[in-house]
Ligand binder design. Sequence first.
Ligand code: AMP
Length: 399
Amino acid sequence: MAIVMSVNAGSSSFKFQVFEMPEEKVLAQGNVERIGLENSIFGMKFNGQKIKEVMDIPDHGVAVKKIMSALVDNKIVEHLDDIQAVGHRMVHGGEYFDHSVKESQEAIDKFIELTDLAPLHNPAGLLGYRSFKEALPHASHTFVFDTAFHQSMPKENYLYPIPYEYYENDKIRRYGMHGTSHLYLTQRYAELTGKKIEDVNIVTCHLGNGGSITAVKNGKSFKTSMGFTPLAGIMMGTRCGDIDPAIIVYLQKKYGYTYEDIDNILNKKSGFLGVSGISSDSRDIEDAAAEGNERAILAEKMFNNRVIETVSGYIGLMGGADAIVFAGGIGENSWLHRKEICDGLSVFGVEVLDELNKDVRGVEKKLSSEASKMEVWLIPTDEELVMARDAYKDLMENA
Ligand code: AMP
């Protein structure tokens, strides 16, 4: 038995889970928010209990100390040395990493080289790793990348039709994101249906505030909707997803926008928020749409249509699929979005009946009818578990 942590560091936050492995039992989960700002928040759930403290946490190092003392004080671990392995979410692994790797100077150097590809996320991942490494110097640390699962995409599916030298010189290509989630959904679908991973041909829809869809062919990522950055693909909470790139040039010319302005408009002011003018949160949009708000109704239709056309395209590209899997905050909770999307896929013989789908949230369930030509599943995703599994695997291999 080993205690393993998964850690997701943001520029001003930490999310963590503590597992007993290999049982995969969650002992605790929590987060630190507003690191470096006033009134930082520490929260943790364990053993049916919940704690929340508002305090000043000036940096990530102090945040880790707080997490560690909370784990010991609440007897989740007896000593810090009991934590034998940590899986770190490192986000962008570029073309270097197609699976998780154990910490090494070589891996750190490569990771730092990739900072330009994820200028906000990669430094946060590194800071998180360094803070935990200092607190747990004897533990085994493993780097887990959001891009790794998608490294199996064939070249024709990851290249952009722009001059080839931008790929060769600047590594501009589709990388995809949410790989840890799409991998989990693939593995879990295989378990639930008794299939071998290499026989899994599905489309996984991770629909949250950020969203991406992946064509999984023979158990591997074949194409995914996020691209060079997470801005691409379907419409999201505040991100536009795919748009005509000439719009950017047009707006720059017309309004004199800088690249920061454009970045802000497309990443923070678009998507559900931009179209509805109400909110980035799909719950607010659903409520407004139910009251007849036209732009909320439009935003919902645009989102659903983008998902339908992406899933349809992927089914064609893969030469057919056995199932569609829903996950993420919207995929796991909003039966109406699932209904509209599945109705839009009826040309493939997809049939999801209300009695199987309505009000279902947050549970593993097959939603399609017996008559459906393609299965539809709801599988709550679990990226933290994948991180803990990879960290545990490294720990065992190096034991
Ligand atoms: P995520 O980024 O995966 O946490 O997903 C966030 C999105 O999921 C937001 O748009 C939320 O509105 C949506 N979401 C979360 N819970 C629900 C719910 N109970 N019903 C509908 N949408 C939800």
